[in-house]
Design a binder for this molecule. Sequence first.
Ligand SMILES: NC(=O)c1ccc[n+]([C@@H]2O[C@H](COP(=O)([O-])OP(=O)(O)OC[C@H]3O[C@@H](n4cnc5c(N)ncnc54)[C@H](O)[C@@H]3O)[C@@H](O)[C@H]2O)c1
Length: 249
Amino acid sequence: MTATLEGKRALITGAGGGMGQSHAVLMAERGADIVVHDIKADGAEETAEMVRGHGRDATVVVADIRDVPAFTDGIRAAGPVDVLVNNAGVGGARRTIEDITEDIYNQMFEVHVRGTFFATQTVLPGMKEKKDGKVINISSIYAMGGSQLASHYAASKAAISGFTKSWARELAPWRIKVNAVAPGFIVTGMTQGSNPPEKIAEREKLMPLGQFCKPIDISYAVAWLASAETDLVSGQVISPNSGEVIVGY
Ligand SMILES: NC(=O)c1ccc[n+]([C@@H]2O[C@H](COP(=O)([O-])OP(=O)(O)OC[C@H]3O[C@@H](n4cnc5c(N)ncnc54)[C@H](O)[C@@H]3O)[C@@H](O)[C@H]2O)c1
């Protein structure tokens, strides 16, 4: 039987498309109400409709995660949650160190590092009061192996491992479990924007298991970490990656 999320309420940042939308739908299917956050109002509304289609409640928060006061006011107003999925993310073109401008560098760290930090800080009072909660940070395989021509992305995702390990220890007295999911290459708007289709097809052939993971494969890991089945799992980084970790490139 699939682990239930019945009675849980989850906030997913960047849930207006891509993998965040997939996490929202799977978690709603498993019984969770969802707070859908994104910078894109239309994407967030679309996800909310999908959640409602599964008979669950959806609350939409539209905010740029880089605007800390607007973002944190928005998610605070949405009310307490049992689960936080820090998913909002940005990719962009592959760049040499010399090509990473200050704006591009800042965007990466503001969305991934600052966004993850202030989202977590904002939901903590509710979790501490309940003495229970789950924080699931979305990292990347690049945090572990590095990424040639996306060092700013890899470094920002590596920071998320630091948060994950540190918060798991700091928050254990309140039984708040903190883990990360570090996907391998997944075909979404993010990766399609920075890789031509022929390069994606070529790369897929290198996967030891013969195909890329799909968004739903990442959602299964997220939903598992959100469930009671992992109530004694904390401080871990799980990487669904089709065996990519052992491909040498
Ligand atoms: N696609 C991959 O191969 C891959 C691999 C490893 C990790 N990831 C991570 O998974 C997460 C989801 O990525 P995805 O592939 O689904 O990408 P995506 O581009 O499809 O989705 C990212 C979402 O974040 C939202 N977002 C971006 N900037 C924002 C901002 N400033 N404020 C609020 N929302 C914002 C976008 O609107 C979008 O809905 C990201 O954290 C990404 O870094 C992706």
